[in-house]
Design a protein around this ligand. Structure first.
Ligand code: PEP
Ligand code: MG
Length: 325
């Protein structure tokens, strides 16, 4: 039976067979926290911190960043907050950063690459995050990692930031989970090598689709080819999920796929138990979770995962979503 979405705002997200599902929210600015709590999210799964750096002429100082991160973790009242280190470059270029114009910005100096090229900038952010970790349940997430080498370099910078704070007698939490985004196909393929270096994994499907299919995520002329259920994309997500689950490493999806109710059952069937999305999508996704029995969807999802035929996958997806609860 159809129900008003607002009626499920307070109910716990779990499937009909009783499996609990975590539904978290993505935010861009500290003031977005209000919408996160009213949507009933159990945490912030992705705070895109780069928005603090955009639309201004100067770089925000370490103290200014610290205040912003502290505000978010405090306002989330003990719920977990995953803060992604600045993911600039590509389509997000601040005025104060002058790295020239690249021919292929999406393949250029973005995300963690930019941070490793500008270690002082990066370390100021890491110090601000470490300091804010005293005030709530903060987790750090590195974007656009493409190899173990890069991940290790990012972790070294984090260790330097810790050492600096220690030397200065500034407090930070000893328990600060660190995660890596899987959003480049190379990272998805070698995700197993990351596991012993991180506490959690978050799959960024927006970029994963873009880089797997060679489709610019912002180019309208090819948007009809931007296909979240392309069999190659599904294989990479599945490999990432299975590798993390097998190792007991928490894994979430924080790309737009997590907030698309048409894909909720597929992702549940693939093993996903943690979704992070725009708060506006949270209740629609919860509605599907509440109407899904994992055993019942398993056969159809199994057929989708074995297929390499996009037409067949589209057909199976329709059947999957038409299944009654
Ligand atoms: C992603 O790539 O899926 C993601 C969550 O990050 P962004 O959309 O900010 O690139
Ligand atoms: Mg991304």
């Amino acid at each position: 039976a159809r129900r008003k979405l607002s009626s499920i705002r307070k109910s716990n997200a779990k499937t009909l067979d009783g499996t609990p599902i975590d539904l978290l929210a993505n935010i861009e600015l500290p003031q977005d926290v209000e919408g996160v709590l009213s949507a009933g999210a159990v945490g912030v799964g992705l705070f895109r911190s780069e928005f603090l750096f955009l639309g201004r002429d100067t770089l925000p100082s370490e103290d200014e960043q610290f205040e912003a991160y502290r505000k978010v973790v405090e306002n989330m009242k003990g719920l977990p907050v995953t803060i992604r280190t600045m993911d600039l470059g590509a389509d997000k270029n601040p005025r104060w950063l002058n790295h020239g114009v690249a021919d292929n910005p999406a393949l250029g100096l973005t995300g963690i690459r930019l941070c490793l090229a500008e270690p002082l900038l990066f370390r100021a952010q890491l110090r601000a995050l470490l300091r804010a970790s005293m005030f709530g349940k903060l987790q750090i997430l590195f974007p656009m990692i493409n190899s173990l080498h890069e991940l290790k370099q990012a972790l070294v910078q984090l260790e330097y930031a810790r050492e600096e704070l220690r030397d200065e007698g500034i407090a930070y939490s000893a328990e600060l989970p660190v995660g890596v985004m899987i959003e480049i196909p190379s990272a998805a393929l070698v995700v197993g090598s990351f596991l012993k270096h991180v506490d959690f994994i978050s799959i960024g499907t927006n970029d994963l689709i873009q880089y797997t299919l060679a489709i610019d995520r912002n180019d309208d002329s090819v948007s009809h080819l931007y296909d979240p259920v392309h069999p190659a994309v599904i294989k990479l997500i599945l490999h990432t999920l299975r590798t993390a689950i097998k190792a007991g490493t928490p894994v979430s999806v924080c790309g737009e796929m997590a907030g698309d109710p048409r894909l909720t059952r597929l992702l549940l069937g693939m093993g996903l138990r943690k979704f992070s999305m725009h708060p506006a999508n949270l209740l629609s996704v919860k509605d599907i979770v509440l109407k899904t029995h994992l055993d019942q969807i398993a056969p159809l999802v199994g057929r989708m995962l074995r297929s390499e035929d996009p037409d067949k996958i589209a057909d199976l997806l329709q059947q999957l979503n038409a299944e009654p609860a």
